[in-house]
Design a protein. Structure first.
Length: 109
């Protein structure tokens, strides 16, 4: 009896054999969420509020900005072009991120 010749496995298929396997899907994300340090929201002083208001008056659609804002217990920074300014809903949209006016800590023009 003649044995069949072995078909060589592709490099990609061989590499798949050694890829890490996560037995508990989402476990790493859950651990990371537990480790997150929650910070309280900073209440703006009168001077800070006036300065922020002055900067808000200078905002225009298409202008490049960096916005520091509060979300889910942490401060984030979004840099990009202003896509929308909705004064009725009080939302500033930088690229695709919608930021409520009340959550904005600082704006760098």
């Amino acid at each position: 009896m003649a044995s069949k010749p072995k078909i060589k496995m592709s490099v990609q298929n061989r590499a798949k054999q050694f890829m890490p396997f996560a037995a508990l899907a989402g476990y790493e994300d859950a651990l990371a969420a537990k480790e997150k340090i929650i910070v309280p929201k900073i209440e703006l002083s009168e001077d800070m509020a006036l300065e922020l208001d002055r900067k808000m008056q200078l905002l225009e659609k298409g202008k490049m900005v960096s916005v520091t804002y509060y979300k889910n217990g942490e401060y984030l920074k979004q840099t990009g072009l202003i896509a929308k300014i909705n004064t009725t809903c009080r939302i500033l949209q930088v690229v695709s991120t919608k930021i409520p006016f009340d959550d904005i800590l600082d704006i760098v023009l």
